[in-house]
Design a binder for this molecule. Sequence first.
Ligand SMILES: Nc1ncnc2c1ncn2[C@@H]1O[C@H](COP(=O)(O)OP(=O)(O)OP(=O)(O)O)[C@@H](O)[C@H]1O
Length: 290
Amino acid sequence: MATAMAETQKGLIDVRDMGVTFGANDNKIIAVDNVSLNVQPGEFVSLIGPSGCGKSTLLSIVAGFVKPTSGDAKLDGNAITKPGSDRGVVFQQYSLFPWLSVRKNVEFGLKMAGLEQSKRNTTARALLDLAELLSFENHYPDQLSGGMKQRIGIVRALATSPQVLLMDEPFGALDTQTRVVMQEILTNIWQQFKISVLFITHDIEESIFLSDRIYVMTARPGRIKAEIKVPLPRPRRAEMTDTPEFMNLVQELKGLIREESLAAMAPEIKDRGLSGFGMKVGPKGVGDIF
Ligand SMILES: Nc1ncnc2c1ncn2[C@@H]1O[C@H](COP(=O)(O)OP(=O)(O)OP(=O)(O)O)[C@@H](O)[C@H]1O
């Protein structure tokens, strides 16, 4: 853990001219087209865009799970070709081992890395303390709430001192209140570790609250539509969401994303015989479905 806190200069993610195509011939899908993005060491960057625009695909490439069709992804100048302990990954699904206690779950990666029991124990307990879960160290995952499970997922991903944390809609399954608390806990943890984070979300407020920068993607094939800096001071506090600065950013992002959500939904809207992009299809209008 101390190592991760000290290594503020590592964790540069550099994605260049990335293209990803799935399938072939009639089944060919261009998921991502000519995407370049970066995450500077210690920076918190979000990717936001309509469903199916390639966010998870991009994150999977940086994680080393998927190979791009063109372009490349580098971490600290080294080409990413496979998963590695330098990247911690947190998904929406909790993916904890149900047969292991909370502490053993956090210790798992350390055990794989060959760390001796006493050091594993000390590190896991320090991390659980940080996530305010030390008193649950001997519980099992099915005894915990969704928010608690996801906090364990986060500290487990941090246990092996990765240079970057890759998060794919980690709070997507949580209720609104839990989600807001989780966002504050995550910013607190991130401030302490200061590692690079690439974060995927559908939630505009969440992306602003957490991020230093936000990349907005187009509808598929996913390209970068805009790069938005978030000049809000740190540490972020829940009250900031009521400030004009925050609300202006929400409006800006909503405008950008509405266009892309409509583009993504256009065939669906036409199939239903609904024409006109201003048409309301729900209580808040089609753009707000995003
Ligand atoms: N392994 C795969 N094989 C074929 N097509 C795939 C595969 N993975 C993703 N796709 C397709 O690539 C496109 C991008 O998918 P991806 O999951 O990256 O989008 P996303 O932006 O993360 O979507 P969502 O926000 O709904 O999670 C989609 O059309 C998806 O169906």
